[in-house]
Design a protein around this ligand. Sequence first.
Ligand code: PMP
Ligand code: GLN
Length: 396
Amino acid sequence: MDAAHDRNPRNRTGSRLVPYGTTIFSTITARANAAGAINLGQGFPDSDPPRELIEVVSDMHLAGRNQYSPMPGLPSLRGAVAEDREGRGHVHWNPDSEVTITSGATEALAAAFLGLLEIGDEVILFDPAYDAYPAGISMAGGTPVRLSMEDDDFAITRSTLEAGISSRTRMLVLNSPWNPVGRVLSASEIAIVADVCRRHDLICISDEVYERLIFDGSHRSIADLPDMRHRTVVISSLGKRYSCTGWKIGWACASEAITAAIRAAHQFLVFSVPEPHQHAAHHALSRLDQSWEHELHETYRKRRSLLFEGLRGSGLNPRHTEGSYFILAGIGDHQDSDDVSFCDRMLQDSRVAAIPASIFTERGQGCTRYVRFAFCKAERDLNEAVARISRMSTNV
Ligand code: PMP
Ligand code: GLN
């Protein structure tokens, strides 16, 4: 009976979402748990946020802050987001009319696509691109236009970008530091993107969730360039910076007109996000001693080297990571037919989970010799993972 209902076409997933299946992060974590594997796949830290922040959350729950919070977010948190950015040299955003608190960066992305796109609008993505971009664009009725950066060693060039522009192009999505590549885009790449946005009158969605995890170079936001502030949506979140990915507190900063579009969607997507976590976010951005972040940064710097050297020593070809907590590694001499087969074998035989990088590309056809490893994990696990990978045979 149930099976018959399950097969009824009435109940099928909408065609806009069918191509995206189940997200790789859920799939790999479930498989890693089932196999008892070391999970270097899904990017979440395996340590806690600062205790002070956890205490704010529990105090607020006990103090009765358990009802809806204001739709655009707590005014104090919106103010702290604006001050935090300005304090680091970025453009000023008006907390009342230009900052919106969202359910993680994921919802900020969805609200921007849903709030701004018309059916058939094209949105440029630089492949390999985070999986929520194409899915979010499709949900909003837009069309992702994916440009492969693999042949240019993952650099954005004017010619590749210009080749993707059409009369239907409405926006593009930029992500620096870049998941899964680990690059921090250079000043000249960002200048090229800004120039193309101005000349073709495009909106730029700038996903900056790894802005505080930069090990070489410094963070540049495209919104700070001339004539870009009013056409950029800066998206970021608390999760990576304070090791609280499960709290899902994010934000979108954009001009008043664009913010109105984002809020038009946000009010019907989630309306508002949990108040206790917003108080904790406010505390983190405005009161927490900087030493916590500094220590996390040093820990990640060490783990980045450990994983890089370990992967190199085990016969893979890791790329140098400038920012984010990921390393993209070539599979070297391993004879597996592609990244998916390599990851399957590594998970089954060596009990180490990682993400096949092709899932970040159009129809899974790019980056088929690359695998993404997360280093926001305990040193002991990184060492053990590397030891296991070293023992893998290159023959299948
Ligand atoms: N953008 C990128 C590039 C990400 O890697 C992630 C996931 N960590 C997100 C957005 C989503 O962030 P959040 O967990 O705050 O929703
Ligand atoms: N952003 C994280 C990653 O890239 C995962 C987020 C998620 O699981 N949705 O691994």
